[in-house]
Ligand binder design. Structure first.
Ligand SMILES: CC(C)(COP(=O)(O)OP(=O)(O)OC[C@H]1O[C@@H](n2cnc3c(N)ncnc32)[C@H](O)[C@@H]1OP(=O)(O)O)[C@@H](O)C(=O)NCCC(=O)NCCS
Length: 182
């Protein structure tokens, strides 16, 4: 849930617009980007569905716009998880924009929003151990590795994915981050 768009130094995190699907397809159709996304590479139709199902207040994924040029470069997942006041966070960015700190910048802004405005108890994130960029983002924003589940996700009869589980609690956020000035 986002009650308002979130602006960072370089980015705007906001609800999708219907017309965004083409810019989203530019990276959801890229097998390199989608290799660790459970749904895998998306078709045009699946990408349109992703955008359409995230247009209202039930949205779980949000567009990330690079402010100079107003370019959609990826999306962030941010939605309730199983426990009360607990959210899951995730990220998918166009390959042309990797390794510039954008995912970290967007994740920090959503953690701030979650802990300081939504008063969350905790935020969790998961990724495969091979997905170094993803767990580097988790670590750079201060999340802790809490678990390593070996071969816990069934892919096919010969393939199981392992998973790292990371988390941050509200007291950890407030210990290391100053409250945003009103
Ligand atoms: C995960 C992802 C969102 C990261 O986005 P990003 O904007 O490049 O992330 P950042 O630039 O903020 O940080 C990435 C970090 O990973 C590091 N990194 C990237 N590739 C790496 C590699 N092969 N080995 C070691 N470190 C690597 C970067 O150096 C950086 O860390 P640093 O700042 O300490 O140097 C992006 O790689 C992506 O979209 N991947 C495909 C989708 C995906 O797998 N999403 C996560 C599913 S769980």
């Amino acid at each position: 849930m986002l009650t308002h768009p979130i602006e960072t130094q370089r980015l705007l995190i906001c609800p999708f617009d219907l017309k965004d699907w083409e810019e989203v397809l530019a990276y959801t159709s890229d097998p390199n980007v989608m290799v660790y996304i459970p749904e895998g590479q998306l078709t045009e139709e699946q990408t349109k569905e992703l955008v359409v199902k995230n247009l209202d207040e039930q949205a779980t994924a949000f567009a990330v716009i690079l402010k100079p040029g107003n370019k959609l470069i990826g999306h962030m997942l941010f939605h309730p998880w199983f426990a009360p006041r607990t959210y899951e966070i995730g990220w998918v960015f166009h390959q042309a924009y990797h390794r510039r700190g954008y995912a970290t910048e967007a994740a920090l802004a959503l953690l701030r929003y979650g802990f300081e405005e939504l008063q969350l108890h905790g935020v969790i994130a998961t990724c495969q151990p091979e997905n170094i960029p993803s767990y580097r983002v988790m670590e750079k924003v201060g999340m802790r590795r809490e678990g390593f589940f070996q071969k816990c996700i069934y892919r096919d009869d010969t393939t199981w994915w392992s998973e790292y589980f990371y988390a941050m609690l509200e007291e950890e956020w407030f210990r290391t981050n100053e409250r945003k000035q009103a």
